[in-house]
Design a protein around this ligand. Structure first.
Ligand code: GDP
Ligand code: MG
Length: 162
């Protein structure tokens, strides 16, 4: 069976945009409003001649007071099913409490994690991405899912752990 890669992270960090970037087509639903991806959705993806299943996540309610709990729960299910995880953080926002909650469960899972520092649209934001070394998840890959910047490098890194 082909390996499964889960894309997890807070609402609005650009998970679905990243999925579309990897797929090379606009299939995952991207919205300016947090919480739009209703369920886990699996797509057939390919990079460097290797095929894998890419799982976009979402599904939590926007109005939930315990939003970071819900994000963590959603991530937990996806991570259990996955062989590797792309953890997406908005580098322009930096680390939040919700991110910290996800980091904890990722470490517990023991699954390989690729840390995607998204929304690094230009070189100026790369310093923000470097702040994410503090998660202890290894190298943060600066990416602009919107424009494609850095997406090849992050996929190469993913292939190395699959
Ligand atoms: P999700 O909730 O994590 O799936 O996030 P989406 O993919 O739906 O994106 C949320 C918003 O962030 C949308 O308005 C996207 O256009 C925007 N976005 C996603 N990636 C980037 C990026 O690399 N740079 C910038 N500037 N905006 C982005
Ligand atoms: Mg989404």
């Amino acid at each position: 069976a082909r390996p499964v890669v889960a894309v997890v992270g807070r609402p609005n960090v650009g998970k679905s945009t990243l999925v579309n970037r990897v797929l090379g087509r606009r299939e995952a639903v991207v919205e300016d409003v947090p919480g739009v991806t209703r369920d886990r959705v699996a797509y057939d993806a390919e990079w460097s001649g290797r095929r894998f299943t890419l799982v976009d996540t979402g599904g939590w309610e926007v109005d939930a007071t315990g939003i970071h709990l819900r994000v963590a729960e959603q991530a937990e299910v996806a991570v259990e099913l996955a062989d590797a995880v792309m953890f997406v953080v908005d580098a322009t926002v930096g680390a939040t409490d919700t991110d910290d909650a996800v980091v904890k469960l990722l470490r517990r899972s023991g699954k390989p994690v690729i840390l995607v520092a998204n929304k690094v649209d230009d070189q100026r934001t790369e310093a923000e991405a470097a702040m994410l070394w503090s998660f202890g998840l290894g190298e943060p890959y600066p990416v602009s899912a919107l424009h494609g910047r850095g997406s090849g490098d992050v996929l190469d890194a993913l292939m190395a752990v699959l």
